[in-house]
Write a protein that binds this ligand. Structure first.
Ligand SMILES: *Cc1c(COP(=O)(O)O)cnc(C)c1O
Length: 389
């Protein structure tokens, strides 16, 4: 009868610390004893290990996922006045990073089944851009693998090629996700990862990485993350201070080998949720064929989302909403960004309907059983009642 406290207890990153405590403490002691805290052997070792895990030549540690996106864009030559197509249905960080790079975000709607960028919408917007007064020329595509669910990246990569766009993947929620045998983060010119504490691979503070197969892009990110220095203490171009610190790198190095098993556990829990939803009328987002999602979140859609949320809460099941307000409707961005001025109806519908269920690789079968029971007993209201929520 203590379902709620036990599920909360298994929230990351506390559970992550308890699961790997001796290894993490040994790594911490190693860093303190060495006495080097910025860009040392731990960062270099983690960059090598993370690149090898993904199967890309280069990984460059930076201070956050947002910085990783900004520097990936800049290193790909994207800058002031250029248009970057992305989705509004994402973490605000995606859009904030595009503006930090000086570029102009142009937001497109999602595929309602998958919740990720709709290639048909990208094609439509690209054909309209020349006729839209005041729109920037589009130079890049930022594709978000939301909730750990790979977007239709093969189709999007083809579009990027046809239109001559740089392709950058936002892998903030997709560490280890695979599509048709290929890791998310290895499809584009560069990819940005976040190691924020709640991510599938998350540290104990902020952190991020740019990964790329392009040695020139990697070299430029390495330069940009330290004031554009080349050689050291001499700036060749204006850069920033955005470095992955030694403590985070050492701790992430401990956690990386456990990521595949933890992602597998997330998939097992997701399969249980899938089974519990049968007959309820609730729908999870669909993955494209050939996808192995990593369930950063397990998200369902309900026509009576707020009623369902209260129903689950009353049964001790904590839930969250990712995201309550799409980026194009947030005060900082509303009515300002090209592309979204006429509204993004599928994105806005998702914001009304989504609910994230408890998801952590540290959840046990006993802990999740009451959640499954509560879900299985739910019945979606008929479609005609959709306004009642
Ligand atoms: C977390 C996240 C980011 C930003 O990462 P930070 O490390 O918090 O800066 C960017 N994009 C997506 C999709 C994310 O989930």
């Amino acid at each position: 009868m203590q379902t709620a406290p036990s599920i909360v207890h298994h929230a990351l990153p506390g559970a992550r610390f308890l699961a790997h405590r001796p290894e993490l403490e040994a790594a911490l002691a190693r860093v303190f004893e060495r006495g080097q805290f910025i860009l040392g052997p731990e960062t270099a070792a983690f960059e090598t290990a993370f690149a090898r895990f993904l199967g890309v030549p280069e990984a460059v540690g930076v201070a956050s996922g947002t910085d990783a996106l900004e520097l990936a864009l800049r290193a790909c030559g994207i800058g002031p006045g250029q248009g970057v197509l992305t989705v509004s249905w994402t973490a605000t960080a995606t859009v904030a990073a595009i503006e930090r790079a000086g570029a102009i975000p142009v937001l497109v709607d999602i595929d309602p089944d998958t919740g990720t960028m709709d290639p048909a919408e990208v094609g439509r917007v690209m054909s309209e851009v020349p006729r839209q007064p005041g729109w920037p020329a589009i130079r890049a595509l930022v594709v978000v693998h939301l909730y750990g669910n790979p977007a239709d990246i093969p189709a999007l990569a083809r579009l990027a090629e046809v239109h001559g766009l740089r392709l950058i993947e936002d892998c903030g929620q997709a560490h280890g996700a695979i599509l048709v045998g290929r890791m998310a983060g290895t499809w584009g010119d560069a990819a940005a990862f976040s190691f924020y504490p709640t991510k599938n691979l998350g540290g104990f503070g902020d952190g991020g990485a740019v990964v790329t197969a392009d040695a020139g892009v990697a070299e430029r990110v390495r330069r940009l993350r330290e004031y554009g220095w080349e050689p050291r203490l001499v700036s060749r171009e204006p850069g920033v201070n955005s470095r992955l610190d030694e403590i985070q790198a050492a701790l992430l190095g401990v956690l990386l080998p456990h990521l595949p098993a933890e992602n597998l556990r997330r998939r097992q829990l997701a399969a249980r949720y899938d089974a519990a939803l049968a007959g309820t009328g609730l729908r999870p987002f669909r993955s494209p064929s050939g996808a192995e999602p990593v369930f950063h979140q397990y998200v369902i859609r309900s026509r009576a989302r707020d009623v369902l949320r209260a129903y689950l809460e009353a049964r001790g099941v904590p839930t969250q909403i990712h995201y309550p307000v799409p980026v194009h409707q947030q005060p900082a961005y509303a009515h300002r960004l090209p592309g979204a001025r006429g509204g993004l109806p599928r994105t806005e519908a998702a914001a009304r309907e989504v609910l994230s269920l408890p998801m952590s690789p540290h959840l046990t079968c006993e802990e999740i059983a009451p959640v499954l029971d509560a879900l299985a007993a739910w019945r979606e209201p008929a479609e005609t009642n959709s306004s009642s929520s």
